[in-house]
Write a protein that binds this ligand. Structure first.
Ligand code: IDP
Ligand code: MG
Length: 139
């Protein structure tokens, strides 16, 4: 049984395509409560910090420039079994492999511009939430 919170962000491709509202609706209808949310933009340096765990992967440079290319919408979400249930809702990293009806299947453009992030563990959900939000921004 995992914890009650996860972290997500709607990525630049989905924000610029006007999918923020549709994605937020799917998240709420799936039973997640939004504890914190804002629209912001990462510098390439901050994107590099956020994705530091992927530093050795061949797409790291591309990922950092993509994630700083436009506005994003980070959120902290609450639900029983949050991390696992949210990964199910967003689908596989590559939208071509994402299950039908998942957020990535519906809205992602490609394996890099894949519409949305979801934390992969309780520990990372905590680290990633703290990266964007103070305690005073959580309701
Ligand atoms: P995840 O977002 O499904 O957890 P990760 O493997 O953690 O996937 O990769 C982080 C992000 O890096 C992905 O969401 C995607 O934006 C990007 N990415 C992953 N694999 C590739 C790739 O093979 N080429 C380009 N970008 C990739
Ligand atoms: Mg990941």
């Amino acid at each position: 049984m995992s914890g009650k919170r996860t972290f997500t962000m709607i990525k630049p491709d989905a924000v610029i395509a006007g999918h923020t509202g549709s994605i937020v609706k799917m998240i709420e209808e799936a039973g997640f409560r939004i504890l914190a949310m804002k629209k912001t933009r990462l510098s390439a340096e901050l994107a590099g910090k956020f994705y530091e765990i992927h530093k050795e992967r061949p797409f790291y440079g591309e990922l950092c420039s993509y994630m700083s290319s436009g506005a994003i919408v980070p959120m902290i979400l609450e639900k029983e079994n949050a991390v696992e249930d949210f990964r199910k809702l967003i689908g596989a990293t590559d939208p071509k492999k994402a299950a039908p009806g998942t957020i990535r299947a519906l809205f992602a453009k490609s394996i890099d511009a894949n519409a949305i992030h979801g934390s992969d563990s309780d520990a990372n959900a905590e680290i990633e939430s703290n990266f964007f939000f103070s305690q005073f921004e959580r309701f």
